[in-house]
Design a protein. Structure first.
Length: 155
C-alpha cells in the first residue's frame, strides 16, 4: 500500500510539471470571404462566373430568369466557393448576389463574370484576413475572415 501511495504521488508531480491544461470552449467558426456583385446583376441572360483561387480554376453557370430550385452548374476543381443567388418566389426579381469562399480561403484570386459570353465584370484580390480564436488564445480552431469585396457588373 505504501508503494502505491508513493507511486501515485510521483505520477501526480510528473503530470503537474509535464501536462498543461487549458480552458477552451467549444465554439465553432469558419473561414470566410464574400464577394458581392453590384450593378446589373438581374439582367436576363446566361451567366458564367470563372474563379481562379490560388491558381486553381473553377466555373459556375446559371441563367436568369431560372426555375425555382435550379442550382448553378459548376465544374473544375472541387470548389471552395459557391455562387449566391437571390431567393426565388412569385413576383421576386432574380439576381446573382455574388459568391462566397467558405473553406480554404484563398491567398489571392481572380474572377471574371460573363453574361451571354460577353465579359461584364471581374477583378482580382489578395484579401487581408483577420484571425480569431473564439475558444481562447491557445485553443483551436483558428478562423480567418476578410472584409467583403464588391465588384460592379456592367449593364
Amino acid at each position: 500500500m505504501l508503494r502505491w501511495v508513493a507511486l501515485s504521488s510521483l505520477l501526480s508531480v510528473i503530470c503537474m510539471q509535464g501536462c498543461s491544461s487549458k480552458d477552451c470552449t467549444l465554439i465553432g467558426c469558419a473561414d470566410s470571404l464574400r464577394v458581392w456583385l453590384t450593378g446589373a446583376t438581374a439582367k436576363p441572360g446566361r451567366y458564367q462566373i470563372e474563379v481562379v483561387a490560388d491558381g486553381v480554376p473553377s466555373t459556375c453557370q446559371i441563367a436568369l430568369p431560372h426555375t425555382c430550385g435550379t442550382q448553378p452548374a459548376c465544374s473544375g476543381a472541387p470548389a471552395n466557393w459557391r455562387l449566391t443567388i437571390s431567393p426565388c418566389g412569385p413576383n421576386q426579381p432574380q439576381s446573382i448576389d455574388g459568391f462566397v469562399f467558405y473553406r480554404d480561403v484563398p491567398v489571392s484570386f481572380d474572377f471574371v463574370v460573363r453574361r451571354d459570353d460577353a465579359v461584364v465584370g471581374g477583378g482580382s484580390a489578395q484579401p487581408v484576413y483577420r484571425e480569431s480564436r473564439p475558444n481562447g488564445a491557445d485553443c483551436d480552431p483558428v478562423c480567418r475572415q476578410a472584409p467583403d469585396i464588391q465588384a460592379d457588373i456592367a449593364p
